[in-house]
Write a protein of this length. Sequence first.
Length: 172
Amino acid sequence: GNLPFSATKETIEAHFAKLQPFEIRMRTYKGDKKFMGTCFIEFERFDHMQTALTKYHHSLFADAKSKEGGRKINVELSAGGGGNTPARQEKIKAKNEKLSNERLRIRERQDEHEAKQKDRKDKKEARGVGKEEGAKEKKVPEEENVGIHPARLAMMKEQPKPWSKPATRQRF
Protein backbone atom coordinates (compact mmCIF):
# COMPACT_ATOMS: atom_id res chain seq x y z
CA GLY A 1 0.00 0.00 0.00
CA ASN A 2 0.84 3.70 -0.28
CA LEU A 3 2.60 3.20 -3.60
CA PRO A 4 2.85 6.22 -5.90
CA PHE A 5 0.23 6.31 -8.64
CA SER A 6 3.04 6.54 -11.18
CA ALA A 7 4.39 3.11 -10.14
CA THR A 8 4.46 0.40 -12.77
CA LYS A 9 4.76 -3.36 -12.57
CA GLU A 10 8.42 -3.07 -13.59
CA THR A 11 9.28 -0.55 -10.85
CA ILE A 12 7.58 -2.73 -8.23
CA GLU A 13 9.47 -5.78 -9.51
CA ALA A 14 12.71 -3.80 -9.32
CA HIS A 15 11.98 -2.73 -5.71
CA PHE A 16 11.34 -6.34 -4.62
CA ALA A 17 13.92 -7.88 -7.00
CA LYS A 18 15.99 -9.55 -4.25
CA LEU A 19 12.91 -11.49 -3.09
CA GLN A 20 11.96 -12.71 -6.57
CA PRO A 21 8.18 -12.19 -6.59
CA PHE A 22 6.48 -14.50 -9.09
CA GLU A 23 3.22 -12.59 -9.44
CA ILE A 24 2.29 -8.92 -9.01
CA ARG A 25 -1.35 -7.87 -9.28
CA MET A 26 -1.93 -4.13 -9.35
CA ARG A 27 -5.30 -2.77 -8.22
CA THR A 28 -6.83 -0.45 -10.82
CA TYR A 29 -10.05 1.49 -11.18
CA LYS A 30 -12.57 -0.35 -13.35
CA GLY A 31 -13.48 2.49 -15.71
CA ASP A 32 -10.15 3.99 -16.71
CA LYS A 33 -7.69 1.32 -15.47
CA LYS A 34 -5.64 3.85 -13.43
CA PHE A 35 -3.47 2.43 -10.65
CA MET A 36 -4.94 2.75 -7.13
CA GLY A 37 -1.62 2.72 -5.26
CA THR A 38 -2.02 -0.82 -3.92
CA CYS A 39 -0.84 -4.14 -5.29
CA PHE A 40 -0.70 -7.79 -4.27
CA ILE A 41 2.61 -9.60 -4.51
CA GLU A 42 2.96 -13.38 -4.32
CA PHE A 43 6.20 -15.18 -3.52
CA GLU A 44 7.18 -18.76 -4.22
CA ARG A 45 8.96 -19.21 -0.89
CA PHE A 46 7.69 -18.52 2.61
CA ASP A 47 10.99 -17.00 3.77
CA HIS A 48 10.86 -14.44 0.94
CA MET A 49 7.39 -13.42 2.08
CA GLN A 50 8.61 -13.10 5.70
CA THR A 51 11.55 -10.97 4.56
CA ALA A 52 9.21 -8.71 2.59
CA LEU A 53 6.99 -8.26 5.65
CA THR A 54 9.84 -7.52 8.05
CA LYS A 55 12.43 -5.67 5.95
CA TYR A 56 10.38 -3.92 3.26
CA HIS A 57 7.61 -2.50 5.49
CA HIS A 58 8.08 1.29 5.59
CA SER A 59 10.90 1.06 3.05
CA LEU A 60 11.34 3.95 0.63
CA PHE A 61 9.93 3.29 -2.83
CA ALA A 62 11.69 5.37 -5.51
CA ASP A 63 9.35 8.02 -6.87
CA ALA A 64 10.27 10.81 -9.29
CA LYS A 65 7.86 13.29 -7.65
CA SER A 66 8.94 12.70 -4.04
CA LYS A 67 11.52 15.12 -2.64
CA GLU A 68 12.79 12.91 0.21
CA GLY A 69 14.05 10.15 -2.06
CA GLY A 70 10.92 8.05 -2.10
CA ARG A 71 7.59 7.20 -0.52
CA LYS A 72 7.32 5.09 2.61
CA ILE A 73 5.30 2.04 1.56
CA ASN A 74 3.24 -0.37 3.65
CA VAL A 75 3.82 -4.10 3.28
CA GLU A 76 1.05 -6.06 4.96
CA LEU A 77 -0.21 -9.60 4.95
CA SER A 78 -3.39 -10.50 3.11
CA ALA A 79 -5.47 -13.66 3.13
CA GLY A 80 -5.59 -15.11 -0.35
CA GLY A 81 -8.62 -14.94 -2.56
CA GLY A 82 -11.21 -12.22 -2.66
CA GLY A 83 -14.48 -11.33 -1.09
CA ASN A 84 -15.47 -9.46 1.99
CA THR A 85 -16.83 -12.17 4.27
CA PRO A 86 -16.50 -11.75 8.05
CA ALA A 87 -14.42 -14.94 8.34
CA ARG A 88 -11.89 -13.64 5.81
CA GLN A 89 -11.78 -10.24 7.51
CA GLU A 90 -11.06 -11.91 10.88
CA LYS A 91 -8.33 -14.01 9.30
CA ILE A 92 -6.65 -10.92 7.85
CA LYS A 93 -7.03 -9.02 11.12
CA ALA A 94 -5.46 -11.87 13.13
CA LYS A 95 -2.52 -12.20 10.74
CA ASN A 96 -1.86 -8.46 10.68
CA GLU A 97 -2.04 -8.24 14.49
CA LYS A 98 0.47 -11.08 14.80
CA LEU A 99 2.71 -9.30 12.30
CA SER A 100 2.48 -5.97 14.15
CA ASN A 101 3.38 -7.73 17.43
CA GLU A 102 6.40 -9.28 15.71
CA ARG A 103 7.48 -5.88 14.39
CA LEU A 104 7.07 -4.41 17.88
CA ARG A 105 9.29 -7.15 19.37
CA ILE A 106 11.92 -6.47 16.68
CA ARG A 107 11.85 -2.74 17.48
CA GLU A 108 12.18 -3.47 21.21
CA ARG A 109 15.18 -5.74 20.57
CA GLN A 110 16.78 -3.05 18.42
CA ASP A 111 16.20 -0.43 21.13
CA GLU A 112 17.72 -2.74 23.77
CA HIS A 113 20.72 -3.39 21.53
CA GLU A 114 21.22 0.34 20.94
CA ALA A 115 20.93 1.05 24.69
CA LYS A 116 23.56 -1.61 25.45
CA GLN A 117 25.89 -0.14 22.83
CA LYS A 118 25.41 3.33 24.30
CA ASP A 119 26.18 2.03 27.81
CA ARG A 120 29.32 0.31 26.54
CA LYS A 121 30.42 3.48 24.78
CA ASP A 122 29.80 5.58 27.91
CA LYS A 123 31.75 3.12 30.08
CA LYS A 124 34.60 3.07 27.56
CA GLU A 125 34.74 6.87 27.52
CA ALA A 126 34.68 6.96 31.32
CA ARG A 127 37.58 4.50 31.46
CA GLY A 128 39.48 6.51 28.85
CA VAL A 129 39.13 9.73 30.89
CA GLY A 130 40.34 7.92 34.03
CA LYS A 131 43.42 6.63 32.23
CA GLU A 132 44.36 10.09 30.97
CA GLU A 133 44.09 11.59 34.46
CA GLY A 134 46.01 8.67 35.93
CA ALA A 135 48.78 9.09 33.37
CA LYS A 136 49.33 12.69 34.41
CA GLU A 137 49.65 11.77 38.08
CA LYS A 138 52.01 8.88 37.48
CA LYS A 139 55.61 9.68 38.40
CA VAL A 140 58.73 7.91 37.23
CA PRO A 141 60.31 6.05 40.17
CA GLU A 142 63.74 7.27 41.20
CA GLU A 143 65.41 3.87 40.64
CA GLU A 144 64.71 4.06 36.91
CA ASN A 145 66.28 7.53 36.66
CA VAL A 146 69.76 6.39 37.59
CA GLY A 147 72.23 7.05 34.80
CA ILE A 148 69.98 9.45 32.82
CA HIS A 149 71.30 12.94 32.12
CA PRO A 150 69.24 15.58 34.01
CA ALA A 151 68.37 17.49 30.79
CA ARG A 152 67.09 14.27 29.20
CA LEU A 153 65.11 13.48 32.36
CA ALA A 154 63.47 16.95 32.23
CA MET A 155 62.47 16.37 28.59
CA MET A 156 60.92 13.01 29.49
CA LYS A 157 58.81 14.55 32.28
CA GLU A 158 57.34 17.23 29.98
CA GLN A 159 54.04 16.50 28.26
CA PRO A 160 54.59 15.80 24.57
CA LYS A 161 53.55 18.65 22.30
CA PRO A 162 51.18 17.76 19.48
CA TRP A 163 52.92 17.60 16.13
CA SER A 164 51.88 20.20 13.62
CA LYS A 165 52.86 20.69 10.04
CA PRO A 166 55.37 23.53 9.58
CA ALA A 167 54.06 26.68 7.91
CA THR A 168 56.80 26.60 5.28
CA ARG A 169 58.58 23.77 3.61
CA GLN A 170 61.95 23.04 5.12
CA ARG A 171 64.79 22.25 2.77
CA PHE A 172 67.80 20.31 3.92
